[in-house]
Design a binder for this molecule. Structure first.
Ligand code: FPP
Ligand code: MG
Length: 326
C-alpha cells in the first residue's frame, strides 16, 4: 500500500493546491514557460512526503484539518522541489528519479530562475497567511530562506574535508533535511490549534525521522546499484561528500589513507576500490545503527503521544522511514 493510502490522504487535494500556488499568481501567465515548467513538475508525481507530514501534524489539533493545513502542505512541497532544482544543478545531476532533471530540460539559467521564483513565491504566500495569531507560519518561511541554504552551504564547505567532525555532519544533515520535515509536522499541528507541547513533540519526531532519512540516503550511495539510484554508485564519494559511513571508515587506520587520497580528480577505478573497502568494513553497520537509534527515539515520542488517536499515523510514518525507498 502506498504511504498516502495508508494515511488515508487524498493526493489529488494536495496536487491541486500545489498547482494553485502558480496558477493563482496573476503576474505569471498560465501559458508562460515558467508556469508550464512548474505545472509539469507538479504533475510529475512523487510521494509528497512533506505535505503528508503537514497533514498528519494537522490531526493532532483541537480543530479539524482546514484550508490552511492544505496550503501549508503545498508550500512545503514547493520549498522542497525548489531546493531539489538547485541541488541537481549544484551536484551536476542530469537525472532525478530516473527522469531528466529540470536543468537538463530547460538549461541551467532557466532552472535557477524557476527555483528562485518557486522559493520566493512560497515566501510571499506564507507572509500573507501569517496573521498575528498564526505566527507559526513563519517557521516554514525561515526553513525555506535560511536553513536549507545553510545546510547546503555547510555541505559545500566540507567537500573533501576528511577532518570534518561527526557533529558537523549531523548539523549539516539537520539543516539540509531534518528541519523541513520537523517543521512540516509542527506547522500542520498548529494549523489545527494543537497545544505548543504537542507541536514541539511532533517537531522532534520529524527531526529524528529526518536525520534517519539522511543517513539512509547516504548509505544508499554504497548499497544500491546505479540503476536503482538513477546516478552512479559512489557518486557522493566522488563529489567529496564526507557522509557518516565515510566518517566511520576514516576512524579505521587501515582505510583512512586511501579515503584521504580521494580528490576532485580521482578516477573511476580509485573510487570503485575505496567504495569496496568501505563497504566491506563495519562502517555501514555503524551508520545503520545511528539511523536506527534515531528511529528508536521516534518510537519513544509516539509512545508519549499515544493518548492522541492520530498517533497511529506516526506509526505508519515510522514504518515507512524504517523500510523506505526514497
Ligand atoms: C538533496 O540532497 C538536497 C536537499 C535536501 C536540499 C538542497 C538545498 C539547496 C540546494 C538550497 C536551497 C535552495 C532553495 C531554492 C530554497 P542530496 O544531493 O543529498 O540528495 P539527492 O540524492 O536527492 O540529490
Ligand atoms: Mg543531489
Amino acid at each position: 500500500m502506498k504511504l498516502h493510502e495508508a494515511l488515508n490522504i487524498d493526493l489529488d487535494d494536495i496536487n491541486r493546491e500545489i498547482e494553485n500556488l502558480v496558477l493563482r499568481d496573476r503576474d505569471v501567465p498560465r501559458q508562460s514557460p515558467l508556469a508550464q515548467s512548474i505545472l509539469e513538475l507538479a504533475r510529475s508525481g512523487g510521494k509528497r512526503l512533506r505535505p503528508l507530514m503537514v497533514i498528519v501534524g494537522g490531526r493532532f489539533g483541537r480543530r479539524p484539518e482546514n484550508k490552511r493545513t492544505l496550503q501549508l502542505a503545498a508550500a512545503a512541497e514547493f520549498i522542497h522541489v525548489a531546493s531539489l532544482i538547485h541541488d541537481d544543478i549544484i551536484d551536476g545531476a542530469e537525472l532525478r528519479r530516473g527522469e531528466p532533471a529540470v536543468h537538463t530540460k530547460t538549461g541551467v539559467l532557466s532552472a535557477v530562475h524557476i527555483g528562485n521564483y518557486m522559493s520566493a513565491r512560497v515566501i510571499e504566500l506564507l507572509s500573507k497567511y501569517s496573521a498575528d495569531k498564526d505566527r507559526y507560519v513563519h517557521d516554514l518561511s525561515s526553513v525555506a530562506t535560511a536553513q536549507l541554504a545553510l545546510g547546503e552551504y555547510q555541505q559545500m564547505e566540507h567537500a573533501f574535508d576528511y577532518d570534518m567532525s561527526i557533529d558537523d555532519y549531523l548539523e549539516k544533515s539537520r539543516n539540509k533535511t531534518a528541519v523541513l520535515m520537523a517543521t512540516c509536522l509542527r506547522v500542520g499541528a498548529l494549523s489545527t490549534e494543537s497545544s505548543e507541547q504537542v507541536a514541539d513533540a511532533l517537531y522532534t519526531f520529524g527531526e529524528v525521522l529526518g536525520m534517519s532519512f539522511q543517513i539512509q540516503d547516504d548509505l544508499l550511495d554504497f548499497t544500491q546499484s546505479a540503476d536503482v539510484l538513477g546516478k552512479p554508485a559512489g557518486s557522493d564519494l566522488r563529489h567529496g561528500q564526507v557522509t557518516l559511513p565515510v566518517l566511520f571508515a576514516l576512524q579505521n587506520p587501515a582505510l583512512a589513507p586511501a579515503i584521504r587520497k580521494i580528490g576532485p580528480h580521482s578516477g573511476d577505478e580509485e573510487i570503485a576500490r575505496v567504495l569496496k573497502l568501505i563497504t566491506s568494513s563495519d562502517a555501514l553497520a555503524r551508520a545503520e545503527a545511528v539511523s536506527q537509534d534515531y528511529l528508536n527515539q521516534a518510537s519513544e515520542i509516539i509512545h508519549r503521544l499515544s493518548a492522541h488517536p492520530a498517533h497511529a499515523d506516526l506509526q505508519t510514518l515510522l514504518r515507512f522511514f524504517a523500510g523506505r525507498d526514497r
